[in-house]
Design a protein around this ligand. Sequence first.
Ligand code: 3AM
Length: 179
Amino acid sequence: MATQRLFFALELPDSLQQQLVRWRAENFAEDDGKPVAAANLHLTLAFLGEVSSETSQKLQQLAARIVQPGFTLNLDDAGHWPRPGVVWLGCQRAPRGLLQLASLLRAQAARHGCAQSAQPFHPHITLLRNATQKVALPARGFHWHLEVSHFALFSSTFTQGRTRYRRLARWPLLSSAGA
Ligand code: 3AM
């Protein structure tokens, strides 16, 4: 049976991806870790793993029924997890809408056989991988705003030494105007 490696995530606009890549180049050393390609910068909501097309269809039907307001992401925090070797960008205070959306998608995934990490959800954008040595993090004071109006399902493939993400579908969140 054909399977695909899938995950739900928030996309970042191209302009923000480019800004983050420039900021990363200015604030991290080359040997800190392996930079994630600009087009691959995203915020994972729920990792599904290898799933059948049947499960993928089911989870997409459920995703299409989600009714939730959009939210603002304030990217103003950075950190380093040495064990998985990840340097990340995140939020000092995660918006409630983000936590609700991720929690719903993760619960739906779990109910359809996609094992979910026992670790609490810590929203983050992975900037560097293979960062297992000590990393000097930039001082706080950086800040990007992102108005989140959609979430999406991506496939992940690894070919010719490169990870490629492809958006398969995306769904709107409710406009927060007037909310
Ligand atoms: O870029 P991040 O880390 O947010 O780490 C993987 C990446 O998210 C995560 O899914 C996203 C797309 O690959 N991921 C990969 N394997 C995973 C696993 N076994 C995983 N998340 C949880 N459990």
